[in-house]
Design a protein around this ligand. Structure first.
Ligand SMILES: [Zn+2]
Length: 91
């Protein structure tokens, strides 16, 4: 049996994915996925976690590359946000 984190690592090693996509694929909550991604980023055994930052789809504002899903654009207040994508690069 693979652990939940190993399954998440496998998904993002294959293709950059958003927390919602990962949550849907593994039938988890986004909150759990975010917690696991933080853990994966601190662990050496999965590889290097790369964050493609979230972006506001209304004004183009680029968020900081963080392991979280922003709710609202600080620039234009829009909630039309493209989630960050995460991928793993083998070390
Ligand atoms: Zn915006």
């Amino acid at each position: 049996m693979k652990t939940r984190r190993a399954k998440i690592a496998e998904i993002i090693a294959a293709m950059p994915s958003t927390p919602s996509e990962i949550a849907r694929t593994l039938d988890l909550s986004v909150k759990v996925v975010i917690e696991d991604l933080k853990h994966i980023s601190r662990s050496k055994k999965y590889g290097k976690l790369v964050v493609q930052p979230a972006r506001c789809l209304k004004c183009g504002y680029t968020f900081k590359a963080e392991i979280k899903v922003p709710k609202k654009c600080p620039s234009c207040r829009s909630t039309w946000i493209e989630e960050p994508r995460f991928l793993l690069i083998p070390l």
